[in-house]
Design a protein around this ligand. Structure first.
Ligand code: API
Length: 263
């Protein structure tokens, strides 16, 4: 039986959206179905899947899955794309409160094709180490509801090919980790690459960009309320860590296509 899907991206972090309002279309969404959908040759292609299902409070829940089929708590680029899909294809008003495994995230319109998501408060959990291409780097452990290791480098090429998952301390990250490499470009301006848990290197990672901004703002001793520009391979995000200890991320969200599949 075929079903409806949409395809979208935020700074080229791309997703297959599966409308499933009462949860009867996809059931528990088996991992092999997610892998098949995300396959860029035999499937639709994506870094992850956003299943749209209403929760017991009637809120839309973003059931986020990585392209390997694993479950993650939150997806920052994904929640902007999810909000645009709900507004334009399900008649939802903006601002919208989206339920996620990392709590409620409020998304507002920030301009033409731009959306701001309140990503909540970061947790800064100390220092750790990651290894890539035989080199060990200091990293900052930051949680945005999902785990991140932020490493400052002088050149993003130090991250190597990122075809393999960087090494990390499993005692610190028992469920795996998203690893970001960040280079300072200028004042309150950084660029990054990311190896995502469950998806590999992606063109962008919203929660990762927030973790990077938090680590950079701490290192710069920047006052709360400062906004950073974070360049990712797929575009640019602007991120503010407010005086109220909320991380507000603004960036694009694009719905590329809608169709039917029976994958
Ligand atoms: N691309 C997503 C992050 C997914 C994180 C996922 N890879 C994990 O296992 O936490 C974002 O925009 O925040």
């Amino acid at each position: 039986m075929s079903y409806r899907f949409l395809k979208g991206h935020g700074t080229e972090n791309d997703f297959v959206i599966l409308p499933d309002p009462d949860g009867t279309v996809h059931g528990d969404l088996p991992a092999e179905r997610v892998r098949a959908l995300c396959d860029r040759r035999a499937g639709i292609g994506g870094d992850g899947v956003l299943r749209a299902v209403r929760d017991e409070d009637g809120r839309w829940f973003m059931d986020y899955r990585n392209s390997d089929g694993s479950v993650s708590e939150m997806c920052g680029n994904g929640v902007r794309v999810f909000a645009r899909y709900l507004h334009e294809h399900e008649g939802a008003d903006l601002p919208i409160e989206v339920a996620t495994r990392a709590g409620i995230k409020t998304v507002t319109r920030a301009g033409d094709g731009l959306f701001t998501v309140d990503m909540g408060s970061p947790e800064v959990l100390g220092d750790t180490k990651v290894t890539v291409d035989g080199a060990t780097h200091e990293a900052r452990h930051v949680s945005m509801g999902n785990p991140h290791a932020v490493t400052f480098v002088d050149d993003l090429a130090e991250a190597g090919t990122l075809l393999e998952e960087p090494g990390y301390d499993p005692a610190v990250y028992p469920a795996g980790v998203n690893v970001e490499f960040v280079r300072r470009v200028g004042e309150h301006h950084v660029e990054m690459r990311v190896h995502e848990r469950g998806s590999g290197e992606t063109r962008s990672c919203g929660t990762g960009a927030c973790a990077v901004m938090v680590a950079a703002a701490l290192a710069d001793d920047a006052p709360r309320g400062t906004t950073y520009t974070v360049d990712v391979p797929g575009g640019t995000l602007r991120i503010e860590w407010t005086e109220g200890d909320r991380v507000l991320m603004t960036g694009p969200a694009v719905i590329v296509a809608e169709g039917r599949s029976d994958l």
